[in-house]
Design a protein around this ligand. Structure first.
Ligand SMILES: [Zn+2]
Length: 170
């Protein structure tokens, strides 16, 4: 059971962001309320995607709304993301790693299979920003962030900001 009141924006170097998240066992009102909370946090911090570990909860669940609207909100419970095609390198940031925007290499396309909030399985295909968001959010539930994906050169270039985040996390 997710304690919704305790959910808050979680930032590097919080341990939960480095853990492989556990499957959602039952889609119930608690999970639906948690998704509302995730959406609120995503909007508050102006993101286009948000994964459960970013709210401090180690569950395999993320949301995406590329224009930040509730109307276009997609919810992915226990997703499987399968990237394909060529690589594409683009600037990327993460609400859990504030102050760092860096080039990240992703696949241009991906397929996703997940369960929605009504408990129905669905499949979708993504490309462009949507494919990038799916891969970014999937990384979160696998215990990874852009820090695991950034180049060594970028890591050195951002060392001051990284240190600042590490100090703040103590
Ligand atoms: Zn992120």
């Amino acid at each position: 059971m997710v304690d919704i009141d305790k959910c808050q924006m979680t930032r590097y170097p919080a341990e939960v962001l480095a853990q492989r998240a556990k499957p959602v066992e039952k889609i119930d009102d608690n999970i639906r309320q948690f998704v509302d909370k995730m959406f609120d946090l995503m909007i508050k911090y102006k993101g286009v995607g948000f994964a459960a570990p970013q709210a401090g909860v180690s569950l395999r669940l993320f949301i995406i709304s590329l224009d930040g609207s509730r109307e276009h909100l997609k919810v992915f419970v226990n997703p499987t993301v399968t990237p394909s095609g060529e690589f594409d390198t683009n600037e990327e940031g993460c609400l859990s790693v504030p102050g760092i925007y860096t080039k990240i290499r992703r696949y241009k396309q991906c397929a996703v299979t997940a369960t929605d909030l009504d408990g129905n399985e669905f499949k979708d295909q993504g490309e462009g920003l949507y494919a990038r968001a799916l891969q970014h959010e999937y990384d979160h539930i696998e215990g990874m962030t852009i820090l695991n994906r950034m180049s060594q050169t970028a890591r050195i270039a951002h060392r001051k900001q990284l240190k600042k985040l590490q100090e703040r996390g103590k």
